[in-house]
Design a protein around this ligand. Structure first.
Ligand SMILES: [Zn+2]
Length: 376
């Protein structure tokens, strides 16, 4: 069996989850050492987020100047205990009652395989920096608490995206959580309903005319939580709340939508005779890396060498690359062959996955050969 696949299967079969990545982390620490990495350490991020494991950082020392960073996350979604991988017709899947955790142990196995291949090829190469994070699935918490002073690389790749090899996530949305509380007036529903004013109806009017769903090609919003009343039907409803979110690749569009949301809620509530109180907070920062930027040109050159079609696209979600870009380390996400992540249908196409180690190795070699071409 290919070593990348053996590594992957070993890691998915130990139980781990956000805040408890311990067993995967211990395997990673051991493998990094076996691969000949140096400067290996686990940071204190686990303590800061209430978990039992920190982010792991390591370097695979190069014979050329410069370095490049590869990252993946050690935590996984719920329903990730007792994973029994099944290999069938070139696809790795589960028996259907758990996730597979290829998101993102596939990314970790790819990095390990890239280093293994780099060692074996015997060619001069720059240093590889490796960052394996915790709690990515919990709002990128591990990468939030990492100390980036240790990172020397200008370019990084987060091996953490669904799709076949070749998919490059060049953008990820900025996001916000939004809510509106609606205050009406309670009254006995049978004896004097005219003295009341229904917050439930006010909330319904707000939601009925709110622009939501697909807003434009790079913006969305969704308001799936609506609660009203106090569980009794014999009083006019005096309280309701609507909760949702909005996202856009363009931060200004997100801020404009938030302003629209606030105005829409206030005006609709006022017209109906109830009051509205809106609140919102921004999530992790989004990013947009141009197609002609160093990181995209470098990985596109690697895909050309491999005969793989590069597919630069925007991501609908967030990943650690969001934080790296915010910290000034140019970063895009790369697909490693998994699909339907976050579900019990999660599966990996081996024809993509088995080439990800080569992708890592070639990226390091190409960067070393033509570093001046890939200045950020
Ligand atoms: Zn992931």
């Amino acid at each position: 069996m290919e070593k990348i696949l053996a590594d992957f299967l070993e890691m998915v079969q130990v139980d781990a989850i956000s805040f408890d990545e311990r067993k995967v982390a211990d395997i990673c620490l051991r493998k990094l050492e076996e691969l000949g990495c140096v400067d290996i350490y686990e940071d204190k991020a686990g303590e800061k987020v209430g978990g039992n494991t920190g982010n792991i950082f390591a370097r695979f020392p190069g014979t050329l100047p410069g370095s490049i960073l590869f990252s993946a996350h050690m935590d996984r979604m719920p329903q990730g205990f007792g994973i029994e991988p099944v290999i069938e017709d070139g696809i790795v899947k589960t028996k259907g009652d758990t996730i597979l955790a290829a998101d993102d142990l596939g990314g970790i196995a790819a990095i390990f395989d890239g280093i293994r291949k780099l060692k074996a090829c015997g060619q001069p190469h720059p240093t590889v920096e490796i960052l394996l994070t915790i709690c990515e699935e919990k709002g990128l918490l591990g990468s939030l608490h990492f100390d980036y002073a240790d990172i020397k690389s200008e370019i990084s790749y987060a091996l953490d995206s669904p799709g076949h090899i070749g998919r490059i996530l060049i953008a990820s949305p900025h996001s916000a959580k939004l809510q509106v509380e609606v205050f009406g007036k309670a009254a006995h529903a049978g004896s004097e309903p005219e003295k009341g004013k229904s917050a439930a109806v006010g909330a319904a009017k707000i939601l009925a005319n709110l622009r939501e769903g697909r807003l434009d090609h790079e913006s969305t919003s969704n308001f799936p939580i609506v609660e009203a009343g106090h569980g009794a039907t014999n009083a006019v409803c005096d309280y309701a709340i609507i909760k949702g979110e909005a996202r856009s690749i363009d931060k200004q569009k997100l801020m404009d939508y938030i302003a629209y949301f606030e105005k829409h809620c206030q005006e609709t509530a006022e017209a109906f005779g109830v009051t509205a109180k809106t609140a919102w907070n921004l999530g992790s920062p989004g990013y947009k890396v141009e197609k002609d930027s160093a990181s995209v040109r470098l990985i596109s050159e690697v895909f050309a060498q491999m005969g793989v079609e590069p597919l630069p696209e925007a991501s609908g979600g967030g990943m650690d690359a969001n934080r790296y870009n915010a910290k000034g380390i140019q970063s895009v996400g790369l697909a490693t062959g998994y699909f339907d992540n976050h579900t019990t249908n999660e599966h990996v196409f081996l024809d993509s996955f088995l080439r990800t180690g080569e992708m890592v190795m070639r990226t390091v070699l190409e960067y070393g050969k033509n570093m001046e071409k890939y200045k950020v």
